[in-house]
Design a protein around this ligand. Structure first.
Ligand code: KG4
Ligand code: ZN
Length: 342
């Protein structure tokens, strides 16, 4: 089945064409036009500008992806959650192509895409990613921090998540205090490599709460006050201690959920899953749990937003004929993965 994926929920205009049968995913073409250079000037994504840029980029990117191929069998488009200005561009493009080519659309949930990003392999690494249910997913990005349980394919239950900022947002906002360019998460983790994670005792809000929820805004404020009161603080130590606090929160709540729900597979996905400290700590801690679940995370290029994961995640819906008519599909900026299908 040939699936054209379209992703434009934040600041990446991404299009991919895959051929998928059973467990075999063949990526025929993929391209992401990033807007980071534009949003950098503003220290974050400006929705109005993002929408305009998506509108400019989407047609040339689709043209480039399709230049050597006939029409696909299906279009998979992110219809939520995300920025409405970007989602609309992707959804309207999908509608037009669906009408033109007379092929069905699968309206995809962005978080469901991130969860399926772990299925994407490349020839160099060729890791087999067998997913056994129940699956517990920690999806951490600039917009989301959620722990999600799936007892079967395509069914999702919210276990916990952030009560305020997303973990990636917290990384980016604190990076801004350090005058790092947006998105600053990767730069914080780079500085952290040379620092002492115990140098500053940052708070870990809600770490001892009985539920699986987290909070990051208090940590962000503590980071702000620390920099105000210690202007000459060692940047490496600051980054290492701050990163450690985020990792501790994410890992402790994921482990707590693991002990309660006994998943067979644990997935770490979303932009922050690129963070090595988080990957390594979670892997190490999961090994201590008995019976030990399989731990998996995406290849680096698929941690960030990309259309390939959207196309891959759409496959099961397409097999079950869960399509949305081109004249019915709508962008839904606050679509929760555990509510329903589109
Ligand atoms: O999934 P994504 O591309 O976009 C959203 O859906 O939000 O995630 C981007 C986020 C940004 O907040 C970025 O700072 C963060 O992922 N990020 C990292 C790292 N790489 C990306 N945060 C911490 N450490 C990293 N290595
Ligand atoms: Zn994302």
């Amino acid at each position: 089945m040939k699936i054209l994926g379209i992703e434009s929920s934040c600041d990446d205009t991404s299009v991919a064409l895959i051929d998928i049968t059973g467990n075999k995913i063949n990526i025929l073409a993929e391209k992401t036009a990033s807007q980071i250079e534009i949003h950098k000037k503003y220290g974050g994504v400006v929705p109005e500008i993002a929408g305009r840029k998506h509108a400019e980029q989407i047609t040339p990117v689709v043209e480039e992806i399709m230049k050597d191929f006939e029409k696909p069998d299906i279009i998979a488009v992110t219809s939520g959650p995300g920025l409405i200005t970007g989602l609309i561009v992707g959804v309207e493009t999908a509608k037009t192509l669906s009408y033109l080519w007379d092929i069905p659309i699968v309206g995809m949930n962005h978080i469901e895409g991130h969860i399926h990003s772990v299925l994407i392999e490349n020839e160099k690494e060729g890791r087999k990613r067998n997913i056994n249910f129940p699956v517990l997913s920690l999806v951490v990005s600039g917009g989301h921090t959620e722990i999600i349980l799936s007892k079967e394919q395509g069914r999702y239950k919210k276990v916990g998540g952030t009560r305020d900022d997303a973990a990636g947002e917290c990384f980016d906002k604190v990076a801004k205090l350090l005058e790092f360019d947006y998105p600053g998460g990767p730069k914080i983790s780079k500085f952290a490599e040379a620092g002492n994670p115990k140098a500053i005792d940052f708070p870990r809000p809600m770490i001892h709460s009985k539920d699986f929820d987290m909070s990051f805004s208090g940590l962000k404020t503590a980071a702000l006050y620390h920099l105000r009161d210690h202007p000459n603080t060692d940047k490496n130590d600051f980054c290492a201690s701050f990163e450690q606090a985020i990792v501790d929160l994410l890992v402790s709540k994921t482990l707590k959920a693991t002990k309660k729900y006994n998943p067979k597979t644990i997935i770490l996905a979303g932009g922050v899953s690129a963070n090595k400290k988080l990957r390594n700590t979670l892997e190490k801690e999961i090994k201590k749990v008995s019976p030990q679940p399989t731990f998996t995370f995406p290849l680096l290029p698929y941690c960030m937003d990309n259309a390939t994961m959207i196309a891959v995640a759409a496959y099961n819906h397409a097999k079950n004929k869960k399509f949305t008519a081109w004249n019915k599909i709508q962008a839904d900026p606050s679509w929760k993965i555990y509510n329903n299908f589109r």
